[in-house]
Design a protein around this ligand. Structure first.
Ligand code: FAD
Length: 363
């Protein structure tokens, strides 16, 4: 008996969930969304991400488990599907103890600490000896990570879903229960998967007051940094950050950034953009020709995205609203890609539980 599933949202959370669900031929999947890959909008976080795999989940947490479980699928896609827009990249992480306690320092505290849990997950992990570090750095590490060209990867995920029979429709819903009557077969959905990111704060039937944004401003340039770089913080303010990510297959280099909690401003701030570019050149001078400053950067675009953060962490759980069975998958903050498969796999199990309980209820 086919199962009718509506996935609400076409960011990385919705698309990864729809991709895994659509692999099972019994599932008939409709993906419903206001924004789709190709759109750039402040309400749509996924296109703005770098994106890379730099684990930040605390040891022993669900967050750690989701990130741990996402490395293998991302590695497999990188190796087997070059057309998905992901490549391996040497990665350098620098830590200054003085950054702990700041918004950026807390966000990256697990990533930058010596001997982190992920050293056994990513390849080529090694600590950089202290004598090779510049004055204010306390420790540093190097490993191989992935960098995802989101402009290629999100459409690739759409393609995989469509190949598996999923149907995509545009819609703007006021209430989560409306999704139940939007399945492409015209039949009611057996279950709705809510992947609406930050919009879960206002979506009727969800209205999750724990959701808030962490504003991320970026500059995308044509220059190539070679490796990826990230630091625990900057001297420009507690919520400014420093990272570079050179995307696969001509995606340019993302220079970041900021981590401004509760800031909804969609417009790039030119002063912040200047600081982002200066910091990037300081950590990766090879971005420009010798002697050049930010005038040597060739800008593609300035951008702002809102990371969908949730107090207490992402919400992955079963729910029921006005008789509609729902599974939630939202609130992935600044780690939606690097936790995508870990979360989506768990959500697939929750969907199976819902479908089985419906079968049992009919017997
Ligand atoms: P979104 O991408 O926001 O998608 C939400 C979807 O729901 C959209 O399709 C939207 O249209 C739809 N929707 C919402 N409301 C409705 C409605 N009422 N009706 C219909 N449709 C609706 N993560 C990493 O792992 N690595 C990184 O390097 C990284 N870098 C980042 C850099 C920046 C600058 C930013 C901003 C984020 C970064 N992130 C990174 C975080 C990552 O981008 C997010 O965690 C992720 O994109 C969240 O995806 P999502 O699918 O949950 O939400």
């Amino acid at each position: 008996m086919p199962k009718n599933i509506v996935v609400l949202g076409a960011g990385v959370s919705g698309l990864t969930t729809a991709y895994l669900l659509s692999k099972d031929p019994v599932n008939q999947v409709t993906v419903l969304a206001k924004h789709m890959p190709g759109d750039y909008d402040i309400e749509y976080a996924s296109p703005w991400a770098g994106a890379n795999y730099m684990p930040v989940g605390k040891e022993g947490s669900k967050h750690q488990e989701w990130e741990r479980n996402t490395w293998a699928p991302l590695k497999e896609i990188t190796e087997k599907h070059p057309e998905a827009g992901i490549h391996f990249l040497n990665t350098l992480i620098y830590n200054r103890k003085k950054d702990q306690g700041s918004a950026t320092g807390d966000w990256f505290s697990e990533l930058v600490k010596p001997n982190p849990w992920y050293k056994d997950v990513v390849p080529d992990f090694k600590s950089i000896p202290k004598e090779k570090l510049s004055g204010d750095m306390d420790n540093a590490q190097q490993f191989t990570s992935v960098c995802i060209n989101t402009a290629i990867y999100l459409p690739w995920l759409v393609g995989q879903c469509v190949k598996n029979g999923a149907v995509f429709k545009r819609a703007v819903l006021k209430h989560i229960t409306e999704a139940a009557s939007a399945h492409h077969t015209g039949q009611p959905a057996d279950v709705v998967v809510n992947c609406t990111g930050l919009a879960s704060k206002i979506l009727g039937g969800v209205a999750d007051g724990k959701m808030y944004p962490a504003r991320g401003q970026i500059v995308v340039v044509r220059n190539d940094a070679g490796s990826m770089y990230s630091t625990s913080g900057t001297d420009d303010g507690p919520d400014e950050a420093l990272y570079t990510m050179t995307r696969a297959i001509g995606g340019g280099t993302i220079l970041g950034g900021t981590y401004q909690k509760h800031n909804w401003d969609a417009l790039p701030d030119p002063n912040i953009a200047n600081r982002i570019m200066k910091r990037a050149i300081a950590v990766a001078p090879q971005l420009v020709k010798p002697g050049q400053g930010i005038e040597g950067l060739d800008i593609i675009r300035h951008g702002v995205g809102l990371r969908p953060l949730r107090e207490g962490g992402p919400r992955l759980e079963k729910d029921e609203v006005k008789g509609v069975k729902i599974v939630h998958n939202y609130g992935h903050g600044g780690f939606g890609y690097q936790a995508s498969f870990g979360c989506a796999n768990e959500v697939v199990s929750l969907v199976k539980e819902v479908l089985q309980s419906k079968i049992r209820a009919k017997l």
